[in-house]
Design a protein around this ligand. Sequence first.
Ligand code: GTP
Length: 194
Amino acid sequence: MSTTGTNTAARAPKLRRIALLGARAVGKSSMVLQFVENVFVESYFPTIERSFTKQLTYHGQQYEVEIFDTAGQDEFSIFNGKHALDVHGYVLVYSVTSRQSFEMIGVIRDKILNYTGTDWVPIVIVGNKTDLQGQRQVSREDGEDLAARWKCLSCETSAKTNMNIGRAFELMIAEIEKSTDQVPEEKKGECIIL
Ligand SMILES: Nc1nc2c(ncn2[C@@H]2O[C@H](COP(=O)(O)OP(=O)(O)OP(=O)(O)O)[C@@H](O)[C@H]2O)c(=O)[nH]1
């Protein structure tokens, strides 16, 4: 049976670019390393900026996902052209053991919205380090309530035990697809310039 152009296009991997942003040491690099290379490293090396690529299949569609692991932010970090990334979606990571890191994702989201001049961008909120239950400062409900307010998706993860790491990236793809479904066909695949 011959393959039509449309079917071929449907099977071609879609390129999706994702940036991980959050406070220092919340586990952004650990999440990416667990997702891409299935490893967890206990030692901490502050990130400057790295990118990784991984193929995944979601709802029968192949994706080539380019992931930008960014340097940890604090309230004084300048969010400007230095961090300029062409991305489709943002994974905002906090640690469930740090209230401050939870508050930081609000600061980062405001910077993204200011920078893009929009009131909504595809975001997934991720509360990492759930294996450290005794040190919790942010409840699951806090994360869910924030996601409801921001109209985005959220989940909790542990990069250490590999809990929900794949799911966090799948939710990001889902959120991006939700947004690209709402734009005309010829605009699909275009990126938001951050
Ligand atoms: N227990 C536990 N430790 C974690 C988890 N994820 C990361 N860590 C540890 O937390 C520390 C910081 O992890 P990184 O992945 O380097 O954090 P980061 O957010 O990339 O840090 P920056 O580069 O400063 O932005 C490291 O010592 C990790 O081993 C987790 O899920 N559970």
